[in-house]
Design a protein around this ligand. Structure first.
Ligand SMILES: C[S@@+](CC[C@H](N)C(=O)[O-])C[C@H]1O[C@@H](n2cnc3c(N)ncnc32)[C@H](O)[C@@H]1O
Length: 375
């Protein structure tokens, strides 16, 4: 049996009967749970609470939505103008989540949740449409397989289940680890594709402190139980950085492991990240000061920020560092006067002179310490 088949079977069972060994204790917001049906609460197989990151007006995508618990919690937070999409590949789980949709819409005030069928590593392909297509076009030959591939490609382009750059916040609760290792890079690329530029990601999942050996990965029970498919703790963050996300960080980290198997610790974490905006970075004279307490820190592009020193930053990086994505770590300093913009090409570690940032001594023709800028 493949790991995918094992995952299908385990979560079909989980949709029918509560599975005690799939539960990882989580402190959810009781107020948000108050209007949820008990069956949805009981069939909770999450390991964190990504609903904490939802803002009013967000379009939220929940990867591997299961019983729909996080979707129904998020729906209360997005308000009337927001929307929540739960994606799951399992018909039994989708059935369970949809069973309460009308009742929940009434309680919440509008029908702002949709549950769709798809694989999270292939968010462009609508599996409900595929089921309908296969019912009308059954596969009997290799020629049929080739035609199906062409149809799937066309669907991904012309009718994607989740469109490019359409989501404000991608969340997930204990699902990424269930995706086959060979598909994990593709999965994170898909998350990047669907997130709006400037959009956010908050993923609760399980990570391991050491790389998981092959014999554990072949163990169906360990894999479908959210254990042996876990990414190693550094590889998890790195995968998001490699896909192009910025401000990638562990926002939650369980001090106690959830499980220890063969001396490997598996713990619940939540990572947060941002998809950078697409516009070209410009040098307009902005600076930031890293508050400390460390003597220096580096961003994902290798730019250093020294404690207490005015560092030259592009307008794009300035917006990001002072947006709250990096907590309160940076003091933002606007240019005294917005001088002629030019493409950002300063060397990592470039300083910004006080001349460029204090109004009284701002020069009409500023000399940048950061090399190569027009000024
Ligand atoms: C551990 S449960 C978590 C469910 C839910 N997020 C929660 O908090 O209770 C995993 C869910 O992800 C779904 N799932 C697993 N792999 C998936 C994949 N590759 N694509 C879509 N759904 C997947 C399963 O069907 C199941 O509903």
């Amino acid at each position: 049996m493949s790991v995918e088949t094992g995952v299908f079977e385990r979560y079909s069972e989980g949709a029918q009967t509560q599975q005690a060994d799939l539960c990882c204790p989580v402190d959810y917001d009781r107020e948000l749970l108050a209007i949820l049906p008990q069956e949805i609460i009981d069939k909770d197989y999450g390991c964190g609470d990504p609903s904490r990151y939802v803002k009013k007006g967000d379009i939220v995508l929940d990867l591997g939505s299961g019983s729909g618990k996080i979707c129904y919690m998020a729906a209360q937070l997005v308000g009337k103008s927001g929307k929540v999409i739960g994606v799951d590949m399992n018909d039994d789980m989708l059935g369970l989540a949809r069973k309460y949709q009308a009742k929940m819409a009434e309680k919440i005030g509008s029908d702002r949740v949709a549950f769709v069928k798809g694989q999270i590593q292939d968010l462009a392909l609508d599996l409900q449409a595929l089921d309908a297509h296969l019912a009308e076009n059954p596969i009997h030959s290799s020629q049929d397989v080739i035609s199906l591939r062409t149809w799937q490609e066309q669907q991904r382009t012309e009718n994607p289940l989740i469109k490019d750059s359409s989501i404000d916040l991608v969340i997930s609760n204990c699902v990424l680890n269930l995706v086959h290792d060979s598909d994990k890079e593709k999965l994170i690329k898909e998350i990047f594709r669907v997130t709006k530029p400037g959009g956010r990601v908050a993923i609760a999942d399980i990570v391991s402190d050491e790389f998981v050996p092959a014999h554990m990965k072949k163990d169906q029970k360990l894999w479908s139980g959210c254990i042996s498919g876990a990414l190693q703790e550094h590889a998890f963050l790195e995968a998001f950085v490699n896909a192009g996300f910025v401000a990638v960080a562990y926002d939650k980290w369980a001090s106690e492991p959830w499980q220890v198997v063969e001396d490997i610790e598996f713990r619940s974490v939540t990572i947060t990240a941002i998809k950078p905006k697409e516009e070209m970075a410009q040098d307009r004279g902005h600076a930031v000061i890293y508050r400390g307490p460390y003597s220096e820190v580096y961003d994902d592009d290798g730019y250093a920020y020294f404690k207490g020193i005015r560092m030259a930053v592009s307008d794009k990086m300035y917006a990001l560092l002072t947006s709250g994505a990096y907590g309160e770590d940076f003091i933002g300093i606007e240019p005294a006067e917005d001088f002629a913009t030019c493409p950002w090409n300063a060397e990592p570690g470039s300083l910004r002179s006080t001349d460029q940032t204090k109004g009284s001594s701002h020069k009409k023709d500023p000399i940048h310490i950061s090399d190569g800028c027009c000024g």
